[in-house]
Design a protein around this ligand. Structure first.
Ligand SMILES: [Zn+2]
Length: 470
């Protein structure tokens, strides 16, 4: 996800932490690099890749490090040999329920001819690592595996099992072979956990690489697409009538485009604007405080929406027209006009209510509204002190003075399925992104070398705090 940030961010940039300076990699970092390189160099895109191969490579590493073979499984759906998933259990004392370490193996397609370098070769240049999946999501998957190996070497015995779950087809929506859906349905006992750590929460750097904020993602908007359709008997275009399919649809879409869904804050987005109001300055900071009051200041809401689409996405459901298709001949009245509208619904809001709102706002009975798929509802998981406390503690150790900011994701991850299944899931990585998003889902995806190592150390410490024991 890309977002604009004001100069306040840059003004607030903090000095590099001392550990960020270039140093020779430690043995644990060298081992992480090997795992990571192997993982990104296995193509796991839908067209020609294989998640199964990647899952097997990770499984081999974990078993070689001493995890018992029965605790390391590659689970392949019966009708999809390339859509394998890894489930590896690092055993604790069992005093507490397990912690899931979730990530996805598959990557968005990447074409060699479009990229400056081979997307399936790990290339290091000027402090960056380039490859498809370099950040999304093979960094986190490799870090989880490397840390389980590290714990094993130290004979670490947590109070709960740590379950690494590396899935296939997270990037494909909807997918028949969604690994997390398959595992929840068919192997629930194997992956059941008290809570899960996942992608979706990254820190933010400025253009100079200074640390701006650490984010913890607690909650995702619900992805729901609708097809709008108007049909009409049509006729010859030389004899037009007012009852025209395209005109009906266009009028409805124009009304929808002008409409704003109601403003609403959740515990997560309230915490986001509270923290951000302390980081931003001037009018933006004042507006963020003004929307937290009861009743919220409507002018402040409008200014924040206009200033940054990220703000707007945080405090309201959005529905936007994304595709159009109408008519069948240049000289015929259209018999059919269709549009696709993609909604991102606030967690906890009613999907049926959103459809009723669409109908009310478009205000034209001729427009038929049909959901294209079943929604995957997911209420935001609670940011309890037990969850946020350890994140703030490790963050303060590694990046003193950098704020930890709860966020709500406008996009979607596997977390919406685990949350629905009763496993609260939090996006937290300790990895900071460049302000341009680092080419995730786009061209020349990259991550800073130091970011990979920082995520490695951050998650090593964080998982130990959640894991307890010694
Ligand atoms: Zn991802």
């Amino acid at each position: 996800m890309k977002a604009k940030f004001s100069n306040a961010w840059i003004a607030l940039g903090l000095a590099l932490a001392p550990h960020a300076l270039a140093q020779a990699p430690t043995p644990a970092q060298r081992e992480l690099r090997e795992i990571y390189k192997e993982l990104v160099e296995i193509n796991t895109s839908d067209s020609v890749g294989s998640c199964t191969e990647a899952a097997q490579a990770l499984a081999a590493r974990l078993k070689a490090a001493g995890l018992p073979a029965q605790d390391v499984q590659v689970i392949v759906p019966p009708d999809a040999p390339k859509k394998g998933n890894l489930v590896a259990r690092y055993r604790g004392t069992g005093a507490k329920k397990p912690l899931m370490l979730l990530g996805h193996l598959d990557v968005v397609e990447a074409k060699r001819e479009d990229w400056q370098r081979d997307p399936f070769k790990l290339v290091e240049e000027d402090g960056y690592l380039y490859a498809r999946g370099a950040a999304d999501d093979k960094a986190m998957v490799a870090v989880f595996a490397a840390n389980l190996i590290r714990y094993r070497r130290e004979s670490y015995k947590p109070e709960r099992d740590l379950i690494q779950v590396a899935t296939c087809d997270e990037e494909i929506v909807p997918s028949r072979f969604s690994g997390i859906v398959y595992l929840l349905k068919n192997h629930r006992a194997l992956i059941d956990a008290e809570f899960a750590l996942n992608e979706g929460g990254a820190g933010l750097l400025d253009a100079d690489g200074k640390y701006l904020r650490m984010s913890v993602q607690a909650g995702e908007k619900v992805f729901q697409t609708y097809q709008l359709e108007v049909t009409n008997p049509g006729g010859h275009s030389s004899l037009p009538v007012k009852d025209n399919a395209i005109t009906h649809l266009a009028g409805g879409l124009a009304r929808l485009g002008a409409y704003d869904f109601p403003f609403k804050l959740s515990a997560t987005t309230r915490a986001y604007f509270e923290r951000m109001s302390g980081i931003e300055t001037g009018q933006t900071a004042a507006d963020m405080k003004a929307i937290l009051r009861e009743p919220p200041d409507s002018e402040a809401i409008a200014r924040l929406s206009a200033a940054n689409p990220l703000n707007n996405s945080m405090f309201r459901t959005t529905c936007v027209a994304t595709m159009l298709d109408a008519g069948h001949a240049t000289n015929a009245l259209p018999q059919r006009a269709r549009a696709t509208v993609n909604c991102r619904i606030l967690p906890g809001e009613s999907v049926a209510e959103v459809q009723r709102t669409l109908a009310r706002v478009m205000a034209d009975d001729k427009i038929r509204i049909t959901p294209t798929h079943e929604p995957a509802l997911s209420p935001p998981p609670p940011l309890t002190p037990e969850i946020i406390g350890p994140i703030e503690r490790v963050s303060a150790q590694m990046w003193p003075g950098v704020a930890v900011v709860p966020t709500q994701l406008a996009g979607a991850t596997d977390g919406r399925f685990t949350i629905n299944a009763g496993i609260p899931t939090y996006g937290v990585s300790g990895m900071f992104r460049d302000p341009d998003g680092g080419g995730v889902h786009g061209l020349n995806e990259r991550i800073r070398v130091r970011t990979l190592y920082e995520g490695h150390e951050f998650l090593y410490r964080l998982v130990k705090l959640y894991g307890g024991g010694r």
